[in-house]
Design a binder for this molecule. Sequence first.
Ligand code: FE
Length: 285
Amino acid sequence: MNLVTGSADALIQRAKSEGEFSPVDLLIMADAGRLYRAKEMGITQAMNIDMTALPEGFYDPEEHWMALTKRARTIMYKKDDQGKLPASMTDLASPEFNDQICVRSSNNIYNQSLVASMILDKGVKATSTWVDGIVDNMARTPKGGDRDQIKAMVAGECRFAIANTYYLGGMLASNDANERQIADQVAVIWTSKDAGGTHVNISGVALAKYAKNIENAQKLIAFMLQKEQQQWYSEVNQEYPVIEGVQWSNILQGFGAFDSQQVDFNQMGKLNGDALKIMDKAGWQ
Ligand code: FE
């Protein structure tokens, strides 16, 4: 069986250009936006697997893709910060946090999905206002990845970083003492249920349209949804398991429990283009 993993959009392009000669059976990708795109490009097919163990919205209605782990994207700040903190992701756009945010560019799908999920929850108008506020509040022109935002925040370039928690988790678990020393200074802010919950996304798997080893692919996916594998996989990548009753890693437990945004990832994928338009218009580079 051929398993090809990658977070890059190059993976989708590769399967597309190889067509029926593609050796790929399964595509494992971060972000529902990418899984949605892979299906739109016609490089996936129905998996015919029992997905009922997954929460609603965590798989494609036609079963072309499904979640393997859940990730959270939230606000991080320095533990010794004595100032007033934003109560939620919405609140972070308020003028009182002017010039205080580090966040990566709008061409990254994580931010596109964050905005798309907000359109789903609050509509285009409220989302545009929020994006305008975030752009106003940026401490610098977006550059680098999520880890770079966390590091810049600890170095004092901004008070808040928007990042996926597995990056902070990865830094805490790092062999590099310097990374651990930086991450030790960071705390996370969760958005309460009343304020819409914390933005979540998924890492997931899609069955390739020209998969040659469908039966083995189905077996592997079913295996990945078992408790033991869910625990192992989420511990390795510092993401959250997608089925009930699986223990979180010690690091994730340290970040604390939180309320997830209720999001249908297929609907979110659909809104990716609208999200990008709003971000462009607001000048989110
Ligand atoms: Fe990532």
